[in-house]
Design a protein around this ligand. Structure first.
Ligand SMILES: Cc1ncc(COP(=O)(O)O)c(C=O)c1O
Length: 501
């Protein structure tokens, strides 16, 4: 609800019943807020209150202030959607004003909105997934491996222009395998982007290796070439050259490969490209995930396409991918019995899930276009709110806008971000802070960290001031309009809490 709409619901105690009826008719929300001169809520007036007053022969010229006293049911700004719904049920009402600490309304929640949660990024199936899954059932290929796994690997590799692919149980599993394939051992150093999801770097610990975190740059929100360069100089001095660099492509956008790859090449260190969030994106015309010695994708339920859970390891080197397949099936040696000479994992994708993946891959281009459209609608609708800074997309980068993200400016950005997310949550809208950087996570306390600039910790700032909005390719325009309206309302309310007075 915009401040204007909230203002339209607000009346003074001196309003006559007739004026209140007219206002109720114009606003058609079934509730009006009766405010004192200083903007404090005195009571609410509902359709029912007005009807009862008229049935009791109250004059339509009598003021609403003379209606029988009823204490309004309200909630404060900390209330969440579940609590609000409980209050509605308890009092058998359909709307609840939200009051600030002084008792001024800042919002009204309507029961209708609370029937449908708007997710950050939910699975979006196409039309062919069930056909492939049915086929797996009909042919009894339910076990791991099978023709869909082979076909999914071929089709994905060809889609992104990489020679080989191995389908596995998750993106995290793919990263773990990738590290093992690149020879990461206990005690080794591994560089990794700090601004990411923990799945990027937990596998460093699985290997017994030691992470070193690299900051983001403001232009791409991905790894900072300046920080990477400084990290390499440090590693050389300390004799801690990394066994590999995990380069993450965040929120659907590639890292700046032309700046980053030559640095890694110069030091002779291989790159594991974490493209879990960037399937479908391009960098200077090439697919994201086609740059690292090894790259990985995730098909987790929130990703641009999903197999409900799954991942893919890709590489041009056939030996690496053949080894990935072996390691992901308990490293079984080619023998009639079960023979093992090295440590393996149970990481392979099942044939049923690969069937879902094949169907999803066919709609990937559509999903990219839909997510980009979601982003564009946000930008268009909120263009007048200058303080909203969208995640940049530099020339030559083609992001999928997997998640639409923005930052707020100012020293109180963090407080305001939390207020915004809380307000959206009250309306059952899921928004999230930008990833909490790994160098700030208790799990990685003490790991070396290289910021973009000695004076500027970019990923920490993005975490403090950034929000990810609902971005699903299946987000309807109506749902998005709801997000936009509430976002606009909270941003404007945050600026001017006296808008209602
Ligand atoms: C950047 C990044 N890396 C790795 C992963 C791990 O993928 P998965 O959840 O499939 O294990 C994810 C997300 O889930 C991710 O966002």
């Amino acid at each position: 609800m915009s401040p204007n709409k909230l203002a339209a619901l607000s009346i003074m105690p001196a309003f006559t019943l007739r004026e209140a009826l007219l206002r109720m008719d114009q606003t058609a929300r079934g509730i009006l807020l009766v405010l004192r001169d200083d903007g404090i809520l005195v009571r609410t007036v509902t359709d029912g209150d007005l009807r009862r007053a008229i049935l009791n022969h109250a004059s339509d010229a009598s003021p609403v202030g003379e209606l029988p006293d009823v204490k309004p049911v309200t909630a404060n700004q900390d209330a969440n959607a579940a609590g609000i719904l409980q209050l509605m049920d308890q009092h058998q009402i359909d709307h609840i004003p939200i009051l600030d600490s002084r008792g001024k309304p800042v919002d009204v929640i309507f029961r209708r909105e609370l029937s449908q949660r708007i997710w950050l990024s939910s699975p979006h199936l196409g039309e062919e997934e069930t056909m492939f899954v049915d086929e797996a059932f009909k042919t009894n290929w339910i076990a791991p491996l099978g023709p869909h796994v082979d076909a999914f690997e071929r089709e994905l590799a060809s889609h992104i222009g990489v020679a080989h692919a191995a389908a596995v149980s998750s993106g995290t599993a793919a990263i773990h395998l990738g590290l093992v394939l690149l020879g990461v051992k206990s005690g080794d150093t591994v560089f990794c982007s700090s601004l990411t999801f923990v799945g990027s770097c937990n596998p460093i610990l699985y290997c017994g290796a030691r992470p070193v975190f690299i900051d983001a740059e403001p232009q791409t929100w991905n790894m900072s070439p300046a920080a990477l360069e400084r990290a390499f100089e440090w590693a050389k001095r300390e004799n801690r050259m990394p066994a590999c660099v995990i380069l993450v492509n965040l929120y659907g956008q590639s890292a700046d490969m032309d700046s980053l790859l030559p640095i890694c090449e110069r030091y002779g260190v291989p790159v594991l490209e974490d493209a879990a969030e960037s399937l479908g994106a391009h960098y200077k015309g090439r697919s994201s995930g086609s740059f690292g010695r090894i790259a990985v994708y995730s098909f987790n339920g929130n990703k641009i396409i999903t197999t409900s859970g799954g991942g893919m390891l890709v590489a041009d080197d056939p030996d690496l991918v053949a080894k990935a397949r072996k390691l992901s099936t308990q490293a079984r040696e080619p023998a009639p019995h079960y023979e093992h000479t090295e440590l393996g994992f149970n990481y392979r994708m099942s044939n049923v899930l690969a069937g879902i993946g094949r169907g999803q891959l066919r709609v990937l281009k559509q999903r990219v276009a839909q997510r980009r459209r979601v982003f564009e609608r946000y930008v268009e609708a909120l263009a007048d709110l200058r303080e909203v800074q969208w995640m940049p997309e530099p020339d030559g980068f083609q992001s999928t806008r997997w998640l639409t993200c923005f930052t707020l400016g100012g020293s109180d950005a963090n407080v305001r971000c939390h207020r915004v997310m809380k307000a959206l949550e009250r309306h059952l809208i899921e928004a999230r802070p930008v990833w909490k950087p790994m160098h700030l996570q208790p799990l990685f306390m003490g790991a070396p960290y290289f910021s973009h600039d000695p004076e500027m910790d970019v990923s920490a700032n993005l975490f403090q001031s950034g929000i990810c909005l609902p971005s699903g390719s299946n987000l309807s325009e109506e749902q998005q309009d709801r997000v936009i309206a509430h976002l606009r309302h909270t941003l404007l309310m945050a600026e001017d809490c006296s808008a209602l007075a």
